[in-house]
Structures are given as C-alpha cells and as structure tokens.
Design a protein around this ligand. Sequence first.
Ligand code: GLU
Length: 294
Amino acid sequence: MTSGVVGRFAPSPTGAMHLGNARTALLAWLHSRAHGGRHLLRFEDLDTGRVRDWAYDVTRADLEWLGLDWDEEVIQSRRLDLYLAAAERLDTYACTCTRREVQAAIQDSAGAPHGAEPVYPGTCRTGSLHPERPAALRWRVPDEVVCARDEWRGETLCQHLPTQVGDLVLRRNDGVFAYHLAVVVDDAASGVTDVLRGEDLWTATPRQVALQRALGLPTPRYWHVPLMLDFRGERLAKRGGAPPVQALREAGDPPGRVLSELARSLGWSVPDEVSAPELLPLWRAELGRAELGA
Ligand code: GLU
C-alpha cells in the first residue's frame, strides 16, 4: 500500500532518548509505515548550546535497535540558508528588548490573563529601542484568528495571533533560528504530510499553521499523542533522570521487551516481546477509532 504519506520523527539531540521519546518515535514510525509511507529522521539541533555531539549517534543506534528505520535523514544545522530565506519573506522587525523588559511591559499592560502564557506586547514594534544591543528578529503577526486541527484528539484549536500568540521570535539575538520557523520550513521542504508528535506541542500548532500560511506552505495533518508519565504521574524528561534507552540497550535487554513495555503503556495488549512491525495492526486499529471519533 502506498499512500503518499510522509512522516517524521524529529528529536532534539540534547541528550539520550528516554522511554517517552522512544514511545513518540515508535508511534511516528508506526503511523508512516501503517500507511506504507516514507519516514524521515530529523535532528532538530539549532540550539547549539544545548546540543550534545554524541547524541546523534546514540539516537540513531537506539532507533535501529528498536527496529524503527528511516528513509532519509535531515539535520537542521546544515540548512540555515533555508530558514534565513523564509524569514526574509516575512514582515519582521528587530527587537532588542530583554526578557525582563518584556515581562515588565506585560505586567504594565495587565496583558496575560491568569494562568495563560505571557504574550509579547509588541514593545519593539515601532523601532528598535537599544540599537547597541544584538537584536532578535520578530515576525509582526497578522491580525487574524488561526485554527489548527488535531486528528488524534479530534479537536480544533483557534488562537487570535496578536493577543494570544504575539509577535514571534524567528531568530534569537544570538543568531539561533526559532524552532517554529525551522519546523514549518522543513516539514514543507521534505513533503511531510503527517506530523505525529508529543501533545506538549499542540498549543503551539496554530502559530505554526500561521507561519505556513504566511509562507504559502501546505499544512500537514497533525496527531498529538500523550506524553509518557512516570510512576508519580509526571512527564518523563531527559533532565529528570528518566531511564535512557541507551542504558537498556547496553545492558543487553531485548528490544522486543522494551517495545512491549511501550505498547502496554498505551493500553495495548501484547506479548512480553514484540517487534515494531507486529504493532502495525494495533496502530491501524487506533487510527480506525480516531476516524470514528470513538
Ligand atoms: N524537536 C521537538 C522535540 O524534540 C519535536 C518537534 C516536532 O516534532 O515538531 O520535542
């Protein structure tokens, strides 16, 4: 079955993959392969200060060990010219405000409703306030409501760009391009049709759709899957001591047992050891349920 589906797993090589990362990697692979589609591995390594050089090879080895293959690899740090070209096509301005100044402006304007994420109030919109400082590049967002649709959750999320998102940083003042810009450029350049990723990115999806529209790029289908929780009910984190896949691999654990554990954490009933292809029917059944809205 070939369906023209192109999917991807897009890890940040900032440390070793933990089981939560592996579960997202597994689901992204299952989604691409269940459709007979292409599957890409994209290293999101623009934030060079956080990148660990060893994490690329460890991630590749972990994925191979789990049997999650890929057809093409993309490395963001080699594609800076593409992000620059995209940023140049947008209505942007230089911003020299520090984080503290932005926070103060938000408080002065009583901007952020309680509990909501603070929204940049456009302090630098009318001109750069401190020309001697290094400037970030911000996108002057259009006065529009943009909606994103999630196929997995069966939800639509709409945000008014100026008041709920604010002018986005496209390039930080240290020259690092923003994730939101890079992800949109890369998904389009690779012909990605289906984005399966962790649900922590769901609320940022409307701004990515807004960037796609402004750049004339297609919007893929989105599937935001729950993040894996630890026994305390907290999200697994690289910094929080979640067990790295590398440690299980090097300890000689069978990969099939790790896959079985990941599958069981999704509520799937599987034997103690499984292979990734053996999980394809279970993902197809989930897709059927999502389609029915069950
Ligand atoms: N690099 C992001 C992460 O590791 C994923 C981005 C995406 O899938 O769009 O959380």
